[in-house]
Design a protein around this ligand. Structure first.
Ligand code: SF4
Ligand code: SF4
Length: 183
């Protein structure tokens, strides 16, 4: 016979002000960290986290390296990368020739990086940020013209780059990126 499940109940709060005390405790902790100069809340977009090289951010295409092999579109598990047809002048014959080019739909991309890894010519590369804001979904479906330019990173223009590090005494602390990069 299977063992009877044991149901544990939390003790009921007693007293009129038991719940009130919990709220006061939570507000007190919040106020303490509000005035603590060492708090590590990211003041975005006045500050932004500077990510390390190799971070899988937005993917960009270098058209000079692309050999139109379609490997990136074939491997994409989210159907975010697809190939489009373009008529272009063949430099050898001067006649129009159809070429396949990859484009990416960031509504679907899961930033797995498979397309970058599989590309035989390193025509795809990542930029170390992905906090880009779009006004509508259609803007996230990039054209070839958009795909060949690194996206603008507005917070990097005006914001302060910061990093989070573990300090043995204070725990997790926020510092200016240059402070840890200089070491
Ligand atoms: S990163 Fe992954 S999901 Fe995004 S386009 Fe490349 S293969 Fe597809
Ligand atoms: S895998 Fe690389 S070379 Fe092949 S189509 Fe994609 S970007 Fe171009």
């Amino acid at each position: 016979m299977p063992a009877k499940p044991v149901v544990k109940r939390l003790p009921a709060r007693k007293g009129l002000f038991a719940g009130f005390k919990g709220n006061v405790d939570a507000i007190t902790i919040g106020l303490k960290y509000l005035v603590d100069p060492k708090r590590f809340t990211l003041i975005y977009p006045n500050e932004y986290i500077k990510l390390d090289p190799g971070y899988r951010g937005f993917i960009v295409l270098d058209p000079k390296k692309c050999i139109h092999c379609s490997s990136c579109a074939r491997i994409c598990p989210a159907a975010a990368m697809r190939m489009i047809k373009r008529m272009e002048e063949d430099p050898k014959t001067g006649k129009p020739k159809m070429k396949l080019w990859p484009v990416i739909n960031y509504q679907r991309c899961i930033f797995c990086g498979y397309c970058v890894d599989v590309c035989p010519t390193e025509a795809l590369y990542t930029v170390p940020y992905h906090d880009i804001v779009y006004e509508n979904m259609a803007e996230m479906d990039w054209s070839l013209e958009t795909f060949v330019k690194p996206p603008e990173h507005p917070t990097a223009k005006e914001g302060i780059p910061v990093k989070y590090i573990v300090d043995e005494e204070k725990g997790l602390v926020k510092v200016r990126a240059e402070e840890v990069e200089e070491k």
